[in-house]
Design a protein around this ligand. Sequence first.
Ligand code: SME
Length: 160
Amino acid sequence: MAESLIIDSTLEKAEKYKALLPQIEALVTGENDLIANLANTMAALKQGFNFFWVGAYLVKDGELVLGPFQGPVACTRIAFTRGVCGASYSRQETIIVPDVDAFPGHIACSSDSKSEIVVPVFKNEQVVMVLDVDSNKLDDFDETDKYYLEQLATLMTNWF
Ligand code: SME
């Protein structure tokens, strides 16, 4: 596997995703351990975008349970009916929240988090994980993030 990333910090967001996604694919090639692959992926996303918080919530025993992440400590368990993560799980779709204070039921793991995107990962048409990315800036996520993070979610399907 490749053990270092090459990311030009001057690239535009879409170009950065285009550079990063194949490197994440290379990073996990030949490795079938879910936690190892998620851990390296979160590190790669943090390194590439310096996201405030990026991590996995895995569907386990009827709720969402914290998996590998990068950033400040976070809530360990989230009910399917709670927060942006629970909403993404229940609606089975990506949710972009430009202002977390305006999202009813948002769970504030950190008061510094201002905007958020949550992308579901599917296996056999069931949501098995949500990928959660938080920013400390308002309105930091758009359709470009949605497009490329959904591509990443499709890649992640193979890890389950
Ligand atoms: N804000 C999320 C909870 C997870 S933390 O942001 C890491 C939510 O409302 O589901």
